[in-house]
Ligand binder design. Structure first.
Ligand code: CP
Ligand code: NVA
Length: 306
């Protein structure tokens, strides 16, 4: 396995396809208990936004590795009262072995990475959600036995999850179709970056047509129509995004063996119907579980324990 020891994960594109494949292999081995890793270190969680899955899966992963977790809730630390990030970063660097941050701006995450030596993990920013994508890919690989050559269709808002799926998908040789309303497209810089990173066989479709994007898809993926920090816009977005809802009718257009993924939390009746979420093509619970296995592999790799 190529070493990721001491590295940061700020974007899924900080990894290449081979490194992602190796992390998935390690995650699968940890999940099946074919392999066990011990890593007696301390992980900090600095989360400026709510979280259930990321917070708990990181914590349990670290405990199972034999390590400890410190919850650095900004409400209870000085950073929440305005202590500069560049000071906080250098102090935490002296205590912790690894730090996962959930925040708004990618540049704040970069500041932490620039001012600390320990690995910094993006636990979600407005720009990306790379840890989510590792779990998604693990789920896809468990289902289809491969990633390359599959068609992954994302429907909804051109948000952090969409960005990371697009970048990660093309790195793994997947065809990635992104269908969003016209004013909610993925930003052109990310599309350009994806084109540059894409393996030769990976095709990218950026469209406003949900049906065109869904034809023959092996994976249908959606996320909330308004992300954390955009709550004020949520009601106005509902009619605009309605055609992008994953429902039984849309699912019929996809490959008959297609699976449905959602990073969660879901707004049932908006981006996904109850019927699809609870239906037999839904893999959302395996996907949520896989957050823990994928992050365990990630922590062990960044800490040089494997
Ligand atoms: N999918 C995800 O990141 O969930 P949480 O916001 O609950 O962590
Ligand atoms: N796009 C969503 C993902 C939540 C896991 C958000 O940023 O709120």
């Amino acid at each position: 396995m190529s070493s990721l020891a001491g590295r940061d994960l700020l974007s899924i594109a900080d990894l290449n396809g081979q490194q992602i494949a190796e992390l998935l292999k390690l995650a699968a081995a940890l999940k099946s208990k074919e392999l066990s890793v011990t890593c007696n270190k301390v992980l900090g969680l600095l989360f400026y936004k709510a979280s259930t899955r990321t917070r708990v899966s990181f914590s349990v992963a670290m405990y199972q590795l034999g390590g400890q977790v410190i919850d650095l809730n900004p409400d209870r630390t000085q950073v929440g009262r305005g202590e500069p990030l560049i000071d906080t970063a250098r102090v935490l660097d002296r205590y912790l072995d690894i730090l996962a941050i959930r925040t708004f701006e990618q540049k704040d995450l970069e500041t932490f990475a620039n001012y600390s030596q320990i690995p910094i993990i993006n636990a979600l920013t407005d720009l990306e959600h790379p840890c989510q994508i590792l779990a998604d890919f693990l789920t896809i690989q468990e289902t289809f036995g491969k990633l390359s050559g599959l068609t992954l269709t994302y429907l909804g808002d051109g948000n952090n999850v969409a960005n990371s799926l697009l970048l990660g998908g093309v790195l793994m040789g997947m065809n990635v179709n992104i269908a969003t309303p016209k004013d909610y497209q993925i930003q052109p810089e990310i599309i350009e970056q994806a084109k540059n990173l894409a393996q030769e066989n990976a095709k990218i479709m950026i469209t406003n047509d949900p049906k065109e994007a869904t034809e023959n898809a092996h994976i249908l993926y959606t996320d909330v129509w308004a992300s954390m920090g955009q709550e004020d816009e949520a009601a106005n977005r509902i009619p605009i995004f309605q055609p992008y809802q994953i429902n039984d009718e849309l699912l019929k257009i996809a490959d008959p063996e297609a699976i449905v993924l959602h990073c969660l939390p879901a707004h049932r009746g908006e981006e996904i119907t109850d019927s699809v979420m609870e239906g037999k093509q839904s893999k959302v619970w395996d996907e949520a579980e896989n957050r823990m296995h994928a992050q365990k592999a990630l922590i062990a790799s960044l800490l040089g324990a494997v």
